[in-house]
Design a protein around this ligand. Structure first.
Ligand code: PLZ
Length: 448
């Protein structure tokens, strides 16, 4: 089903959720644990471009991209073709048992795309969480150190180590302990809410300073294996750190033999207008983790590491039954081609300009809008009870989301305080559809 076959038009045929979705929701409630979260009670039937068609025939505008996965869309031609072609040849052999070329080709492509003119190697797993876990394993084994530093507002996955690195207790960690040991937390530069009280323009260096002091005093730099950081926070609310924050931390790591791990699972793969969001600050990470957009919709996670670091791992120390499944590798190679052929990095930047046009005026016009953040095709509207105290207003975010969902716009929430509306469209969405979605969002925000 390509976007030519799914009309790129919003169309609401029933109330949302419609009767068929309601029926499926009832079955879901009986068969699937309530612990598995849900953004919208609407079931998908097919999707392409910027549209999700539900089981009642409603066409929704997709401004969520399956949580930043559908960078090239949900049915990009090359991805669909590559998947078909691979499925017909074989679905699986396990790369560790009988290897296949697409895995190696994908490693070659990623090694070339990750910034820095350094010899790199990549291997593949099944998810973002697993990629982060492996990055930490490699950092620990190669340094012989144990401590790992993560940041406020971070999200790194739901596995034991992933949730230990994740900052937010509810819903990610509450009740699921004991958590993994030797994980420490440092402040993240959040210019709108600088945790050390610096003005927005000074937040980057001030938070880097505070983080380095914490590492020196509470852990000891020579005990730290890795610093794991999202160059732009995703789940934490699309927070773009202040200038100076990441470069200062990267030099601290280089000076102290600490592995700098950039978790690019959400902000990577073209989302911000660069292949990797760390490129906005000229950072060359030691290890980069990828997933989400990488597979063009198929599950795959990647770990791309400096050769001298990852080559210290003993044979057999890394692996997975399904990691780098041939269908996922074929899809990922096709997704990279889609980004290149359709100029999707430039498209992400252009989407950013459209976001700015619609969203930036809201900060001036609507008292409930505390902050608007845009970096390429990743944007956030942070809602507060009043601009002075910056008291987070999660109810306002729920209200805006509910209004948009009723009107057939798929949008996500984010933020440690649940008060951020997050906008992550597929990069292949058309201008008309994007603008229509943003108009609906704008109206919902203005009516607060
Ligand atoms: N690192 C930066 O954003 C996944 C989580 C969805 P997995 N974010 C979406 C949910 O509710 O669990 C994420 C991320 C960053 C790691 C991950 C984890 O990626 O593929 O979900 O394991």
């Amino acid at each position: 089903m390509t976007s030519a076959q799914v009309p790129q038009r919003r169309e609401i045929a029933t109330s949302l959720p419609g009767p068929r979705s309601l029926e499926l929701m009832a079955r879901r409630r009986a068969a699937v644990p309530a612990g598995v979260g849900g953004t919208m009670p609407v079931f998908a039937e097919r999707a392409a471009g910027g549209i999700v068609v539900d089981v009642d025939g409603n066409s929704l505008i997709d401004l969520g991209a399956g949580i930043a996965v559908l960078t090239v869309g949900s049915s990009a031609d090359k991805v669909v073709e590559a998947v078909h072609e691979q499925v017909e040849r074989f679905t699986h052999t396990c790369f560790q048992v009988t290897p296949y070329e697409s895995y190696v080709a994908l490693a070659e492509r990623l090694n070339g795309l990750v910034p820095g003119n350094i010899e790199r190697r990549s291997f593949f797993v099944n998810s973002g969480a697993e990629a982060v876990e492996n990055a930490v394993k490699i950092a620990r084994a190669s340094t012989g150190r144990q401590a790992v530093v993560a940041f406020d507002h971070a999200f790194h996955g739901r596995t034991l180590l992933g949730m230990s690195l994740t900052s937010k207790a509810m819903p990610y960690k509450a009740g699921f302990g004991p958590l993994a040991p030797e994980v420490y937390r440092a402040p993240y530069s959040y210019p709108y809410r600088c945790p050390v009280g610096a003005p927005a323009s000074e937040c980057g260096p001030a938070c880097a300073e505070a983080a380095m002091k914490m590492m020196d005093k509470q852990i000891g730099a020579d005990r730290i294996a890795a610093l794991v950081v999202e160059p732009v926070l995703g789940e934490g609310g699309v927070v773009v750190p202040g200038e100076g924050f990441l470069p200062t931390l990267a030099s601290y790591c280089a000076d102290n033999g600490i592995i700098f791990v950039a978790d690019e699972v959400q902000a990577g793969f073209g989302r911000t207008g660069r292949w990797f969001s760390c490129e906005h600050w000229g950072i060359v990470p030691d290890i980069v983790t990828t997933a989400k957009g990488l597979g063009g919709g198929l599950p795959i996670g990647g770990v791309t590491a400096r050769a001298d670091i990852v080559d210290s791992i003993h044979p057999g120390g890394l692996g997975s039954t399904f990691g780098g499944n041939p269908v996922s590798c074929a899809a990922a190679l096709a997704a990279i081609e889609e980004v290149e052929q359709h100029g999707l990095l430039e498209r992400a930047a252009a989407i950013g300009s459209i976001f700015e046009r619609y969203l930036l005026p809201l900060v001036e016009d609507v008292p409930a809008v505390g902050d608007v953040r845009v970096i390429g095709a990743m944007a956030a509207v942070e809602l507060v009870a009043d601009g002075q105290s910056k008291l987070p207003d999660p109810a306002a975010a729920s209200k805006v989301l509910a209004r948009c969902h009723e009107e057939g716009v798929v949008l996500l929430k984010a933020g440690t305080f649940d008060n951020v509306v997050r906008i992550l469209p597929p990069l292949v969405i058309g201008d008309d559809l994007l603008q229509e979605g943003l108009e609906i969002l704008e109206k919902a925000v203005r009516s607060l």
